[in-house]
Design a binder for this molecule. Structure first.
Ligand code: SF4
Ligand code: ZN
Length: 305
């Protein structure tokens, strides 16, 4: 049986990717245009950015964060990158090298903070000292440092490369346990408040496979290895479950996430939430917290003890 070559939905030229959930194929040029359009829609729909606004993007060296940086620059925003060194062996070294290559090749500014140099601990050490999962210690450190560095550098908004697959997996985890507090804060655009800068996820409409394809087609040389501490991360299991569902029923992931954002998130935003707790400056670092000393300072003190 001969295979019929795929044709681009827009120009009918040879296609390089098929997107089953859209029942569409695209050539390189129109796939890149499709990615740009999805980010433009995300920004417009949730009023993430003003035209030309300065943005700090948190980059891990992986495909999503580098694609996010690339797409925001394409759309005309003044974007600088921030890399947080986690001290995870050669994985962290290779990730920093990928982020540095990307920035240098495009003449972009990359800010780097190393947890060990700046705060005296690494993620593996913090996880061991606190008996937390590495991802728990890592997520806490990232949230703290992303906000601190964004504010220190004078940015009012921080972008992350969370994609549709990431957000759908987090949503599934939150729904399975009816984590209403987390559900109320699961949003592609969290406004600035109480010492927190605005946080945006411009890639929430684009899937993991689409971001890998974007990087390959745009010549973005990203860190392809998985973090060695990822084993046991429950979101990986949720992603696999959603991928099974998507294979049987293309479009399920997007329907799940977008339906939540359109229909449930507004209801949760109206309900009385946990965001009413009083926020003030941490006695240790000055970052916003609801206690006297923030969770990051407590983690750092235990890790260095
Ligand atoms: Fe951090 Fe866990 Fe991601 Fe590794 S897998 S970078 S430890 S959150
Ligand atoms: Zn603190």
């Amino acid at each position: 049986m001969t295979r019929v070559p795929m044709k681009c939905r827009v120009c009918r030229g040879p296609a390089v990717i098929d997107l089953k959930r859209h029942n569409a194929n695209f050539c390189r040029e129109h796939f890149v245009a499709y990615c740009e359009e999805q980010v433009r829609r995300a920004i417009h729909h949730f009023r993430m950015l003003e035209p030309g606004e300065r943005v700090l993007v948190a980059v891990s060296g992986g495909k999503d964060s580098l694609a996010c940086w690339d797409l925001l620059v394409r759309l005309g925003y003044a974007v600088e990158g921030f890399y947080l060194g986690l001290g995870i062996d050669t994985y962290s070294d290779d990730s920093l090298a990928a982020a540095t290559r990307f920035a240098d090749a495009r003449g972009l500014t990359l800010h780097v903070v190393d947890l060990e140099t700046t705060h005296g601990f690494t993620i593996p050490v913090a996880a061991g000292a606190t008996h937390r999962s590495p991802c728990g210690a890592c997520g806490l450190s990232k949230r703290h440092e992303f906000n601190r560095v964004a504010r220190d550098l004078g940015f009012g908004v921080l972008a992350t490369g969370h994609n549709l697959d990431d957000e759908a997996a987090v949503l599934l985890g939150n729904v399975l346990r009816w984590e209403t507090d987390y559900l109320a804060r699961q949003h592609p655009c969290l406004p600035a408040e109480g010492g927190f800068v605005r946080k945006i996820k411009p890639l929430y409409r684009l899937g993991e496979r689409e971001m890998a394809a974007y990087c390959i087609l745009e010549g973005i040389d990203y860190q392809v290895d998985e973090c060695p501490m990822a084993a046991g991360n429950r979101h990986i299991g949720f992603k696999e479950t959603l991928n099974d569902l998507e294979r049987r029923s293309p479009g399920s992931k997007a329907a799940f996430l977008f339906g939540f954002l359109d229909r449930m998130a507004p209801l949760l935003a109206q309900a009385d939430g946990p965001g009413d707790a009083e926020v003030h400056a941490c006695a240790g670092c000055g970052e916003p917290t609801t206690g006297d000393v923030c969770a990051f300072c407590r983690l750092r003190d235990k890790a260095r003890a």
